[in-house]
Design a protein around this ligand. Structure first.
Ligand SMILES: Nc1ncnc2c1ncn2[C@@H]1O[C@H](COP(=O)(O)OP(=O)(O)OP(=O)(O)O)[C@@H](O)[C@H]1O
Length: 273
């Protein structure tokens, strides 16, 4: 039985428009799954539905199972104890998760005290360790900083440290590097790759950018129009795409890689980030 299973997930508007239509995939501990698709294909809604954070007016049906637990339709209280603790999220803009008016140290200590019951000083020291793990130097300065005093790359590292604070079983990352410049992007991808590998966390990495996904994940879900077109592996998709749209994505990404804008190892199957 896989760790996180999404089965026939359908999201409808109040006027019965289907924004997601029967989305199914699963991911196991230690696996890295890329969810790829053009803008509006339903990637973010899938993540929000999993977390029970759909915008007002949208309704989800189907199943979202984490371990033994059914999340879809679970009471808010139960979902709050799962979010952050068992499934965590990294956003495109880390300020979505970070409070701009609260020092980084306080923000990291909050979930550690709430979900893991650490004392104030233990939480502070754990927060420092998390920042080091996320590749940040000068951890004391970062702990005392407000998010706006940090660079975009540093902020995203803090966002990752925050997401991993409670050692979640699943990390959902929605375009976490899109807002960063290319060199910082590569470092953040490498960090995510190493951290989920070390901690055996399942990673669901959402992106519109196939070379980025190919670099990081081995499983691939291709979405369009609120549906899953295929669930394959990155290397199988490269060799024999199962859908014309996947082939199109690969062709256009190859055109970009030929121009040197993506890392060559992106196309060697097993990632090496
Ligand atoms: N609250 C809402 N009410 C109505 N339609 C919505 C709502 N939120 C999203 N949608 C629609 O649902 C579809 C899927 O949106 P979603 O944000 O999941 O796409 P996405 O694949 O993540 O795109 P992007 O890469 O641009 O973030 C889009 O057509 C979007 O306009």
């Amino acid at each position: 039985m896989s760790l996180l299973e999404v089965r026939d997930l359908t999201v409808t508007t109040a006027d019965q428009r289907r924004l997601l239509n029967g989305v199914s995939w699963e991911v196991d501990a230690g696996e890295r799954l890329g969810v790829i698709g053009e803008s509006g294909s339903g990637k973010s809604l899938t993540a929000l539905a999993i977390l029970g954070l759909l915008p007002e007016g949208l309704r989800a049906t189907g199943r979202v199972r984490l371990g033994e637990r059914e999340l879809l339709g679970a009471p808010d209280r139960a979902l709050r104890s799962v979010r952050g603790a068992r499934i965590a999220m990294v956003f495109q803009e880390p300020l979505t998760a970070l409070d701009p008016l609260m020092r980084v140290g306080h923000q990291l200590a909050g979930p550690l005290r709430l979900h893991r019951g650490l004392s104030r000083s233990a939480a502070r020291s754990q927060a420092r360790d998390l920042l080091t793990m996320a590749g940040l130097d000068e951890t004391e300065r970062v702990l005392r900083s407000f998010p706006w005093q940090l660079s975009g790359g540093q902020r995203q590292r803090v966002g990752i440290a925050l997401a991993l604070a409670c050692e979640p079983e699943v990390l959902l990352a929605d375009e976490p590097t899109t807002a960063l410049d290319v060199t910082v992007q590569a470092k953040i991808l490498e960090l995510l790759h190493d951290l989920v590998e070390q901690t055996n966390t399942a990673l669901v990495f959402i992106s519109h950018d196939l070379p980025v996904v190919a670099r990081l994940t081995e499983q691939l879900v291709v979405m369009r129009g609120g549906q899953v077109l295929e669930h394959t592996t990155v290397s199988r998709a490269m060799d024999s795409p199962g859908h014309a749209y996947t082939a199109e994505l690969i062709d256009s990404a190859r055109a970009v890689t030929d121009l040197g804008a993506a890392a060559p190892q992106a196309w060697q199957g097993e990632p090496d980030a």
